[in-house]
Structure formats: structure tokens, C-alpha cells
Design a protein around this ligand. Structure first.
Ligand SMILES: Cc1cc2nc3c(=O)[nH]c(=O)nc-3n(C[C@H](O)[C@H](O)[C@H](O)COP(=O)(O)O)c2cc1C
Ligand code: SF4
Length: 424
């Protein structure tokens, strides 16, 4: 099975040097694109490959690039930003690429910047990712020395400067318009859309914000073609995917597998199954801000459309496992406490509603809840759902809660009836 994204990443996560990267075919795609392809050709290949964004929403990458104004009348200054904020609880995939194969991200960024004719790019990096920062800064130096970055790259006439920006370390900074405000030195509140960043982004200029894993796929698409990329997948969404598992499984971790691999294969083969004596009760398929799925969903292919059809979201593809001896109410109290803390406070339903949910959940967990609390929680989930708040933080925050109320309602009821946590 081909693993283009992780082929250079060893178990020790030692960053592949430029020499290592080139030995495995690295930077060939960049040379090919700069010599033989127009920016529009690069955009078309990526669109044809069915690459969908790996940051959570799964929007078509080629289509997104297509919204950037191109040609003579387009602004000369445009930006590309790699979103390396990675603050979603349970998600640890982008770090793996940046620490293990930083040139893969760099080459993806050079190709993406070329495709949208952007002369400036940033990596917006989670502050805690010190190893990634070191690996990326070294890789940028190496790439500059070979004129893979800088002025007139390899005589092509294309210029690109690439900077690492260490973020403030808030979940909200990962939301693309909050990210842009933060990069401009402002508070990371989200911006109204439209206008979309593709037309009016960083400092009012056309900007593409793209997840690290998404960008790391681009060199492979350009090197081998859209058809090859599509065929890596088991379903219609192109490529491979970095799937991860955390929770009480025998072998938590991350694996590059064909897009559309089932949760059963990921949990029971790659993650080694549940710890002895534990059963699977549910799982959040794509990080903490997705709806629970249950053992009945183990055989659905994990791709964007199939997971949506099952009532959840693929999100980041890094799942969190709930076993039958872990209290789902405590898990929800913990998660909603996180989301309430990370609310930027811009809109009232999220600012007030999430902290109210966290408070109620804490009380239920401690055996001090009332049956009416369950209706209040359900109402909050509806009021904080899509379309009712300024950004997607609040709707994401209530996804695990609304599905926990649906699938594990008797756990909530037992806490209230027995006046204590039955798991302790
Ligand atoms: C609260 C919040 C946090 C987010 N955090 C991240 C993040 O850390 N990394 C990321 O790539 N996308 C994150 N996103 C999604 C981004 O807004 C954006 O959709 C994504 O970077 C686009 O890249 P893609 O098209 O490659 O998926 C977040 C969204 C929300 C609402
Ligand atoms: S939903 Fe929450 S995080 Fe998003 S803008 Fe409103 S208050 Fe801020």
C-alpha cells in the first residue's frame, strides 16, 4: 500500500533533511510545475484529484483556489497561510508531518503559492510545537540556500518568501478568519463572511488558508497526477488520510491509510483493539468537535460524505474512543469546559451558553443534577447549532454533547437518579 505522505517519516520522528527528501523524489514536483506548468495547470490537477481539505470541513481544495483572482488585473500581493494551529482536542496529525518531513509541507506550500500567484506565505504554528518550529526553520534555511525559496526560484521568475509565525495558543486562532486577525496582530475574533478570505483576507488581500496535511498532499498530486491520487482512495474522496486513535486502545497512534478505511479496521487492526476487559461504547470520528458514532457504525468508510450520512463529521480524521468504563458525562463535562474556555466571547449564545452547559454537566457528574437539566442541555445544543453563532466553534462544541444525550441518555439519567457517578 502506498503511503506518499509518510514515506520519509521514521519511528524516531527525526526530521528528514533536504537531501533525504530529494532522495525520495522530493522537489521534483516543484521543478516540474515551475518549468512546465502554468499556475492554472497546477490548480486544475489539484481540482481533478478530488483533494478535500483536511482541516475539518472537507471543502474541495482545487475549488477553493479557483476563487482567488488571477491574471493581470488581480492584486499583486496575495497570501498563502498554512494552518498549523492544531488545537482540536484529540488531533495530532499535522505535527507528525512538520516534525518528520518538514520539506513536504514546504514543497506543498511552494506549489500552492505558485498556483495562486502569491509571493508571501506564512506557517501559522501552534505555540507549543517547539520541535516542529525547529524542523521548519531549518528546512526553510535549507530551501533558501538552494533557491527553492526567495527571489526568482530556479530562474522561473516566481518569488516566494515563507515565514513561520508562532501563534498565541488559542483554539479560536485555528478558525481561518480568527487566524487572519491574529496574524495581523489583532484579537482572534472571527470575521464576517462574505467577503471570503480568497478574495479579501490578510490585510485585505486575497488569501488561501489551508491545513498542513492538505498542503502536504499537493507535491504527490503534481508528481504523479490526479488519476493516481484518486486511485489511492477506497472511495470518491481522493488520496490517503492520516487517521489517528486516542483513548483506551492497546496501541493509540496515527497511520496513513487509504481514504475511506473503516473505523473497524483502524480501531481493531491498527490500534490493536480495546484494552483487555473494556468494550467500545462510542467514538468521536474526527476530533472533539464531532458527533459520537457507535459500534453500529464501525463498518462505514471514513470519508467526508459517508461520515456525514451516518450523522457525524470526518473532521480531522483523528478519533477519540469512549469505552464502557469511562463516564460519558465526565467526558462531556471536560470537553465543554474546554470549549467554554476557548470561546472568544464575541457572540452571546456561545459566550454564555457554553459555560452554562459546562456548569450543568459538572453538576450532573457530581450527582447534583435535575431531570430538567437534560432538556436545558438539549435546548442549548439546538440554540448553539449551525447558523446561530458567528463562527463554527459553538456548533462544533455541541456536536459531541448532542450525540452523547442521544446515545448515552441513560448514563445522564443514572447520575441524576442515583445522585452520584455510577462509574466511580
Ligand atoms: C474553532 C475552530 C478551530 C479550527 N482549528 C483549525 C486548525 O487548528 N487547523 C486547521 O487546519 N483548521 C482549523 N479549523 C478550520 C479552518 O477554519 C479552515 O477551515 C481550514 O484551515 C481550511 O483548510 P483546509 O481547506 O485545508 O481544510 C478550525 C475551525 C474552527 C471553527
Ligand atoms: S461562536 Fe463562540 S468562538 Fe465563534 S464568534 Fe461566537 S463567541 Fe466567538
Amino acid at each position: 500500500m502506498e503511503k506518499p505522505l509518510t514515506q520519509n517519516i521514521g519511528a524516531d520522528l527525526k526530521p528528514a533533511s533536504l537531501a533525504d527528501y530529494e532522495e525520495s523524489g522530493g522537489y521534483k514536483a516543484m521543478k516540474k510545475a515551475l518549468k512546465e506548468m502554468t499556475p492554472e495547470d497546477v490548480q486544475k490537477q489539484v481540482k481533478d484529484s478530488n483533494l478535500r481539505g483536511r482541516g475539518g470541513a472537507g471543502f474541495s481544495t482545487g475549488m477553493k483556489w479557483g476563487f482567488v483572482p488571477m491574471g493581470e488585473n488581480a492584486p499583486k500581493q496575495k497570501y498563502l497561510v498554512a494552518n498549523a494551529d492544531e488545537m482540536e482536542p484529540g488531533t495530532f496529525k499535522d505535527r507528525y508531518i512538520m516534525e518528520g518531513d518538514p520539506h513536504e509541507l514546504l514543497e506543498g506550500m511552494i506549489l500552492a503559492a505558485y498556483a495562486i500567484e502569491a509571493p508571501t506565505a506564512y506557517i501559522f504554528l501552534r505555540w507549543a510545537y517547539k520541535k516542529s518550529e525547529e524542523a521548519l526553520r531549518n528546512a526553510i534555511k535549507e530551501a533558501h540556500n538552494k533557491n527553492y525559496l526567495g527571489k526568482n526560484i530556479l530562474g522561473s521568475g516566481f518569488d516566494l518568501e515563507l515565514y513561520v509565525h508562532v501563534s498565541a495558543g488559542r483554539y479560536m486562532c485555528g478558525e481561518e478568519t480568527g487566524l487572519l486577525n491574529s496574524l495581523e496582530g489583532k484579537r482572534a475574533n472571527p470575521r464576517a463572511k462574505p467577503p471570503f478570505p480568497q478574495a479579501c483576507g490578510l490585510w485585505g488581500k486575497p488569501t488561501i488558508v489551508q491545513n498542513v496535511e492538505t498542503l502536504a498532499n499537493v507535491p504527490h498530486i503534481i508528481a504523479h497526477g490526479a488519476e493516481w491520487y484518486k486511485n489511492l482512495s477506497k472511495t470518491d474522496d481522493g488520496g490517503t488520510k492520516l487517521y489517528g486513535v486516542s483513548g483506551r486502545v492497546k496501541n493509540p497512534g496515527m497511520w496513513e491509510l487509504p481514504m475511506g478505511t473503516s473505523a473497524r479496521e483502524i480501531i481493531y487492526e491498527h490500534a490493536g483493539g480495546m484494552h483487555d476487559g473494556l468494550d467500545l461504547k462510542g467514538f468521536l470520528p474526527g476530533g472533539a468537535s464531532t458527533d459520537f458514532l457507535t459500534p453500529d457504525h464501525l463498518d462505514i468508510p471514513l470519508d467526508f460524505d459517508s461520515v456525514t450520512k451516518a450523522g457525524s463529521r470526518m473532521g480531522t480524521g483523528t478519533m477519540i474512543i469512549l469505552d464502557d468504563r469511562t463516564c460519558p458525562v465526565a467526558m462531556m463535562a471536560n470537553l465543554e469546559h474546554f470549549f467554554a474556555q476557548e470561546s472568544c466571547g464575541w457572540c452571546t449564545p456561545c459566550r454564555e451558553g457554553l459555560s452554562w452547559c459546562a456548569k450543568i454537566l459538572k453538576a450532573i457528574e457530581a450527582g447534583q443534577g435535575q431531570m430538567e437539566d437534560l432538556d436545558i442541555l438539549k435546548q442549548h445544543c439546538e440554540q448553539l447549532g449551525p447558523g446561530n453563532t458567528f463562527c463554527a466553534l459553538a456548533p462544533g462544541a455541541v456536536e459531541p454533547l448532542q450525540s452523547a444525550l442521544k446515545y448515552f441518555r441513560e448514563d445522564f439519567e443514572r447520575h441524576i437518579k442515583e445522585g452520584k457517578c455510577p462509574y466511580k
